[in-house]
Design a protein around this ligand. Structure first.
Ligand code: SF4
Length: 250
């Protein structure tokens, strides 16, 4: 992955554009940005848009509309499209699968057990993601090492099954992200100003106290090591393998 700019050089729109240049040269149209419209993701949208404004080719951007998103996320979606004159493609869950899920576990069944929560994320996020990634060889995410204990090993580029996952913000700090958003006046979710450092589905996200960990408001009723929806499951498997190896050595 040495075709990509060095990590220290990635903390600007120009450097992110160079990263996108390298990714597009390598993967062509089989490249996409997966955006949850979180703070990191608006940084990526800005980079894609600025690159197009400078004459570069657009990169497809999609977002998963789980059907349980807060209104503020839809407002941000519209604000980004209006500001940058681009389309962010919404990908929806399969309606029959959602109907079956709700019939089985009820409308808020995800609160009742980890299995039920994973089942909801599988229907509303994982299957749509796999569908969205059909025909994609590399996907770009806003994952950062500083986001949670499940993300401390995020690499700039990593193999994700048959695809490559590119995480150009892997080494960005919270200050890097928010400094970049403010310096460039990038639209962001109003929920971030209401105590939500991380925004997901409405029933599974809440505000946190100042200084609390960024992901502590996501699935707050679960242990920290379970706080993923499965979209980045390869890393979770590696963490689980490492934990098992530690136990065997001990
Ligand atoms: S975050 Fe919550 S509502 Fe959204 S898909 Fe997962 S369990 Fe379902």
């Amino acid at each position: 992955m040495s075709v990509f700019p060095a990590v220290d050089e990635l903390k600007s729109t120009d450097a992110l554009s160079a990263f996108l240049d390298a990714a597009q040269a390598r993967f062509g149209e089989r490249l996409a940005v997966a955006s949850s419209l979180g703070a990191e993701d608006v940084v990526l949208v800005h980079a894609v848009a600025e690159r197009v404004r400078a004459g570069g080719s657009p990169v497809r951007i999609f977002t998963l509309d789980t059907g349980r998103l807060p209104q503020e996320t839809y407002e941000l979606h519209e604000a980004l499209e209006a500001r940058y004159g681009l389309r962010i493609e919404s990908v929806f869950p399969d309606t029959v699968a959602v109907q079956q899920l709700v019939r089985t576990q009820g409308p808020n069944g995800f609160y009742h057990s980890l299995d039920a929560r994973h089942a909801c994320c599988a229907v509303r996020k994982l299957e749509p993601l796999q569908r969205a990634l059909g025909g994609v060889d590399a996907w770009i995410t806003g994952l950062r090492r500083a986001q949670s204990i499940t993300r401390t090993e995020v690499a700039l580029a990593e193999q994700d099954g048959t695809r490559v996952k590119l995480n150009p913000l892997a080494h960005w700090s919270d200050e890097d992200v928010w400094g970049h958003i403010r310096a460039n006046k990038i639209p962001y979710s109003s929920l971030h100003d209401a105590g939500y450092p991380s925004v997901g589905c409405a029933p599974c996200t809440r505000a946190v106290d100042p200084g609390a960990h960024a992901r502590s408001g996501r699935w707050w009723w679960e242990d920290p090591e379970h706080k993923e929806c499965g979209l980045h499951v390869a890393r979770l498997r590696r963490l689980e393998d490492a934990r098992r190896a530690d136990e065997e050595i001990a």
